[in-house]
Design a protein around this ligand. Structure first.
Ligand code: PYC
Length: 315
């Protein structure tokens, strides 16, 4: 796969506690086709390289990597492909905030508005004077409302299926409060929801896997609207309030008349970080705006040694 020692230049950040690794150089060439094609190519031909940069021993289950690639649409500043420990993502809100912060911190961009292409559409981003970043995500919408689902050991629950750049099942039926002491209970519960969705063949559009499960509750913190717990596809929970999950939530709130266009929704994560969100109306759903903040944590050169038995991650 590699003849000699291979190096990749990366910058790590976190957005509300959730890590992002921006891959600047060293990832295999993905060609110059549309971003959706490049995502398919990556999934098909470069799973080992993905695992090398995301998985242990160099990464972790919570890490999302943002692989920078030239845009297909020349009006965009850049293209980006998000990957995690089990595959590729359509979009990633915390990762996009991390990417913009990384590009700004390294002098590649200034404050202002830019367009960044993803496999699921164009995202408009704004780097603010105070260092925060607003992501205007792709159009988000609810596909199904109040789907009943039988969860072993918990009984019947209901939840919505919604798109925010990834597919989400969102429920307010909780087995326990969204508190860190309940991490194991919440992980087991959301895992069962995921399994129940698959067993019942409940999917996103075109048979897409619903691979993000979001629990929502009111926040116990004053002035915040909600707290969530999001189980990601690789079975790690999102430390950030989840940009695509917040987008999907906003789509449901908007369709239920629970949040007006332009009104601010303060979404707290499981670890207490906050995104400020709002939306404008779209033709099918809504255009969510998510504002958050990232911090750099490392400049690094990853090396892949062909003699290393775990060069491409621990299987
Ligand atoms: O912020 O959209 C997000 C996200 C998805 C998975 C982890 N974070």
């Amino acid at each position: 796969m590699i003849a000699g020692m291979h190096a990749l230049q990366v910058i790590d950040s976190h957005t509300g506690g959730e890590p992002t690794r921006v891959v600047l150089t060293g990832f295999p060439d993905l060609g110059s086709g549309p971003l959706a094609e490049r995502r398919t190519l990556l999934a098909k031909n470069h799973a080992a390289f993905r695992a090398a940069i995301v998985s242990e021993p160099r990464g972790s289950n919570a890490l999302v990597c943002a692989i920078l690639t030239p845009p297909f649409d020349p009006t965009a500043l850049a293209g980006v492909l998000f990957v995690n420990n089990v595959g590729t993502l359509g979009m990633c809100g915390h990762g996009m905030i991390g990417l913009v912060h990384t590009l700004a911190s390294t002098g590649h961009i200034d404050t202002g508005v830019y367009r960044i292409e993803t496999p699921v559409g164009m995202v408009r981003v704004e780097r603010h004077e105070d260092g925060s970043v607003t992501v205007e995500n792709i159009e988000s919408y609810r596909l199904h409302k109040a789907i009943p689902l039988d969860i072993p050991g918990h009984g019947r629950i209901t939840g919505d299926v919604a798109w925010g750049g990834n597919w989400f099942f969102i429920t307010e039926d909780l087995p326990a409060p969204l508190a860190r002491t309940n991490l194991e209970v919440l992980t087991a519960y959301t895992t069962k929801i995921r399994q129940a969705l698959e067993a019942a063949e409940i999917c996103g559009e075109a048979g897409a896997l619903i691979d993000h499960i979001e629990l929502q509750s009111p926040s116990p913190t004053p002035n915040l609207d909600a707290r969530n717990f999001v189980l990601c596809p690789g079975m790690a929970y999102d430390r950030s309030p989840c940009g695509t999950g917040t987008s999907a939530t906003l789509a449901c709130l908007a369709q239920d008349g629970r949040l007006a266009p332009g009104a601010i929704w303060r979404q707290e994560s499981f670890v207490g970080s906050v995104f400020e969100a709002s939306y404008r109306e779209g033709s099918r759903g809504i255009w969510p705006r998510i504002r958050g903040r990232a911090h750099l944590i490392a400049y690094a050169r990853l090396v892949i040694d062909p003699a290393d038995p775990f060069a491409f991650g621990i299987p």
